[in-house]
Ligand binder design. Structure first.
Ligand code: SAH
Length: 213
């Protein structure tokens, strides 16, 4: 599959849709205009790639809706060379958006099948996350902590304590919390012991599951 002018035109339209829905960060909109989302889906679903919708990617998982990717990314306030941990690699689309913002990305996936497929895809596309890990995101990645930002891309029934403790002071954790429906929650570490918590609306994610599979 190729990336063509037609695809780039569709991405520009998608960025306009997301902007109309409230996404303001120019660097995030620029990532949406640049990352070829159709290449993260099976070729037969190419037509769906630039609609603002979630989509199945196999192993009962989904690529998040573009609005959700943009919303979570905007909350992280990513700066160049920030160290970011992503929980739930999935298709790799969110990873690619973070890489476009020049973050150093560490990403964890618990489904072996998806982990292998997406790791190969990153190589093929020349996307260079710092590490792609097969593991359980509930534990975070203590050996690489602390992080400027942590983004969880599956619905968490509770906030895993290790993720809060692996933030730098000033760092942010963006996590959808809840079982059937999730509340997008932003934690900012104010000091060693203090965290500010903000709740930012309802979303629906596939569940964050414990252990590897
Ligand atoms: N960021 C992905 C979204 C994928 S959906 C994208 O842009 O495509 C959420 C992903 O989280 C799924 O791939 C699922 O397998 C994974 N996941 C669920 N529980 C997990 C856990 N405990 N640790 C790591 N990944 C997990």
């Amino acid at each position: 599959m190729k990336d063509t002018l037609k695809h780039s035109g569709m991405r520009n339209k998608l960025a306009q849709v997301l902007s109309a829905k409230g996404i303001q960060d120019k660097t995030v909109l620029d990532a949406i205009k640049t990352v070829p989302r159709h290449l993260f889906l099976d070729s037969s679903f190419e037509d769906h790639a630039y609609q603002d919708k979630a989509f199945p990617i196999g192993a009962e998982q989904t690529i998040s809706q573009p609005y959700t990717v943009a919303f979570q990314t905007e909350l992280l306030k990513v700066k160049s060379s920030h160290k970011i941990l992503e929980i739930g690699t999935g298709s790799g689309y969110q990873t690619a958006v973070l890489l476009h913002l020049k973050a150093k990305v560490y990403t964890i996936e618990r489904q072996q099948e998806l982990f292998k497929k997406t790791k190969l895809f990153f190589n093929k596309m020349n996307y260079r996350p710092k590490k792609v890990i097969f593991g359980d995101g509930y534990k975070g990645l203590p050996q690489e902590a602390p992080f400027d930002g942590i983004i969880v891309t599956a619905g968490a029934p509770l906030v895993p304590k290790p993720l809060l403790s692996q933030l730098k002071v000033g760092g942010k954790l963006v996590i959808p919390v809840g079982v059937e429906e999730q509340v997008m929650t932003l934690f900012t570490r104010k000091s060693e012991k203090e965290f500010e918590k903000q709740e930012l609306g309802a979303f629906r994610f596939v569940p964050l599951l414990e252990n590897k599979n």
